[in-house]
Design a protein around this ligand. Structure first.
Ligand SMILES: Cc1cc2nc3c(=O)[nH]c(=O)nc-3n(C[C@H](O)[C@H](O)[C@H](O)COP(=O)(O)OP(=O)(O)OC[C@H]3O[C@@H](n4cnc5c(N)ncnc54)[C@H](O)[C@@H]3O)c2cc1C
Length: 604
């Protein structure tokens, strides 16, 4: 290893400073570990900051009938029972404490009349459950966690991209990366390494995700030998902006529907009535009148026996409904449908949805208090991810832990809105503790100089390959492939074609060319993200091809039914040399007591 190479040593290295990474860092530091926290943007800019609608926790402040069992049941039903039941159980049980803890650390949530944390309804949740701060919840969460982490004295490395995990005889021994500010290399030796790198949205053309979501953690873990599970389950959020083109895909929070937003097609039809799954129809209002009573009660902070509106069906279902309306010619002028909240008092809409009001006013010149929004589905979240142990966040590779969106299992085939922020808090804390406990029993990590030299060579290569391919061009091709062939509805022929395209992109991406200096060079940064996007896209496509049924967010036109023989199978992606292998593995058995809870009130 070059003597001038920058090097840092920690007990626990956390890659990612969103909600999961920050919560893990606080927990590991509280447990006595020396913690390093790396992020590729500035601290406070992680994707969590964009979260709008709220954090789900059965606090029962608005409806006292709520409890962890109902939250567990909703999560399992939403995930089509493919969830890791232990994760769903811990999540439902511990989310209220994690939210109260945030409040104790200074987070200022919206309040009920008697001064407790206010909760709003969201799709698939039986009761109003999302603690929120208007529609800027993620900002408050990040601010609070960040203050706490900085006060704990955690070492933070900002604008640093990790490109390789370093491995040794005992598993993962740290990571290698470079500073985005000047391109210099840096090595982190660590007894335990925790991935908290978020999602994969940039694999698609239309996404609500920021530039940071290039699947880095998924790909790093895969290359280090970890298992990726359930990668076919990509969530297409029903409501993204469609106009103007520059903001296509930008999220329109589910809070709009939670506050009473109505979906209509170009003929003015409230189409969601048609798309409610028969086995769950009894949970939704039967008429416009009943839905209206529910909305009025929510707005006034009253409980009601009226059932929730059909727009609050789960995201997978609403997305398919919108897609179908547009495809069958009943869409809006710019290829979406209409979402209308303007029938509620303008002052109420501006108070509950301030960011949405500003977003539409400034970007689309639409006043949502006087007219409808035009929206369509957008790639939003990945349920699949690195397989982890529910209690500790340990992956299948020694020394490697994961938490947050990069991990898999918690949400099964479909995530309920609000369940990600609570996932970050619950499993961020658990993984931080798990990594600290692992590190406490280990000697200093040994960093292999051969791996470091190879990683450095890979950083140099694109500057000395003048005939190499353009990374921007290849990313465009990859995104177009995933958008058109591995989107909301899938068929085998498309998936085969996608695999061929991805293989061709991978071949050309082996020789990439960039120019200019290393400092803040977006083309060069993309070289590493592209490699990750290719791995992640192939994992999604192979898993989607393998699952010959429709379940949750995975819809196969050639296999439209949900099949009993797939009900207890996870998809598992692993690396065998240079080849990606996909297989199935039995899901965790659901203990009898939990199964009873999950099946209560309407079956699975
Ligand atoms: C617009 C929007 C609104 C949302 N609203 C809600 C909501 O209301 N409720 C809810 O529950 N969920 C919501 N979600 C989902 C939720 O915000 C995310 O799932 C969650 O924030 C992910 O958190 P995380 O900690 O796993 O990752 P992130 O917050 O994305 O953090 C990832 C971190 O990893 C770092 N990183 C990534 N790759 C590397 C690398 N190679 N090297 C170094 N660092 C790296 C990044 O810099 C960043 O610091 C929303 C999502 C979007 C897009």
């Amino acid at each position: 290893m070059a003597p001038d190479l920058e090097r840092h040593q920690h007990d626990v290295l956390i890659i990612g400073a969103g909600g999961a990474g920050l919560r893990a860092a606080i927990a590991a530091s509280d447990a006595g570990a020396n913690v390093g926290l790396v992020c590729k943007s500035l601290l406070g800019k992680a994707h969590t900051v964009m979260a709008e609608g709220g954090v789900a926790a059965a606090l029962a402040h608005v409806d006292e009938r709520d409890n962890w069992r109902t939250h567990f049941r909703d999560t399992m039903v939403g995930g089509k029972m493919l969830n890791n039941p232990r994760m769903a159980e811990l999540h439902a049980q511990e989310a209220p404490d994690r939210v109260r803890e945030l409040e104790a650390w200074g987070a200022v949530f919206d309040r009920t009349r008697d001064g407790r944390i206010l909760q709003r309804p969201f799709g698939g949740h039986s009761h109003p459950r999302l603690a929120h701060v208007g529609d800027r919840t993620g900002l408050e969460m990040i601010r609070t966690l960040q203050d706490r982490a900085v006060a704990a004295g955690i070492s933070v490395y900002m604008e640093c991209t990790i490109t390789h995990l370093l491995t040794g005889p005992n598993g993962v021994a740290g990571a290698f990366g470079y500073w985005r500010t000047d391109g210099r290399s840096v090595v982190f030796a660590a007894k335990a390494t925790l991935l908290a790198t978020g999602g994969i949205g940039k694999a698609y053309e239309v996404t609500s995700n920021s530039w940071e979501y290039s699947g880095d953690g998924h790909a790093l873990a895969y290359r280090a030998g970890a298992e990726l599970i359930d990668m076919e389950f990509v969530q297409f959020h029903p409501t993204g902006m469609v106009w103007p083109p520059g903001v296509r895909g930008l999220l329109v929070t589910e809070a709009v529907r939670g506050e009473g937003g109505i979906l209509r097609n170009k003929d003015g039809e409230r189409f969601m009535w048609k798309y409610l799954p028969e086995d769950r129809r009894h949970e939704y209002a039967a008429t416009d009148e009943e839905a209206k009573t529910w909305v009025e009660a929510q707005s006034a902070g009253r409980t009601t026996d009226a059932r929730r509106p059909p727009e609050l069906s789960t995201r997978d279902n609403v997305s398919r409904a919108i897609y179908t309306e547009v495809k069958e010619g009943r869409g809006s002028p710019h290829g979406g449908v209409f979402l209308d909240i303007s029938y509620l008092p303008a002052e109420h809409v501006r108070r509950k949805l301030p960011s949405m009001y500003d977003q539409f006013k400034e970007l689309a010149d639409v006043d949502i208090t006087t007219g409808p929004m035009e929206i369509a589905p957008t790639t939003h979240y990945v349920m699949g991810g690195v397989r982890v142990d529910a209690d500790t966040g340990a992956t299948t590779v020694p020394g490697l832990f994961a938490a947050g969106e990069v991990s898999g299992g918690m949400h099964g085939a479909n995530r309920l809105g609000g369940n990600s922020l609570s996932d970050l808090l619950v499993f961020g804390q658990r993984a931080g503790l798990g990594a600290a406990a692992y590190a406490a029993d280990r000697d200093e990590a040994y960093v292999d100089p051969i791996q470091v030299r190879q990683a450095e060579r890979e950083l140099d290569e694109p500057f000395s390959t003048p005939d190499g391919a353009d990374p921007y061009r290849l990313r465009e091709e990859l995104q177009a492939t995933m958008q058109s062939l591995v989107g909301i509805f899938r068929v085998e022929a498309d998936l085969d074609q996608a695999l061929e395209s991805l293989a061709d992109i991978r071949r050309r991406a082996a020789r990439l060319c960039v120019s200019g200096p290393r400092a803040y060079n977006p083309g060069w940064n993309l070289v590493f993200e592209l490699r990750n996007l290719i791995d992640v896209s192939e994992a999604i496509t192979r898993s989607a091809r393998q699952r010959t049924e429709s379940r949750g967010a995975h819809s196969r036109l050639d296999y439209p039914d949900t099949e009993a023989n797939w009900a207890k199978l996870n998809s598992v992606v692993t690396r065998d040399g240079e080849t990606m292998v996909v297989r199935t593995a039995a899901t965790h058995e659901i203990p009898a007591d939990l199964l009873e809870i999950a099946k209560a009130g309407g079956g699975a």
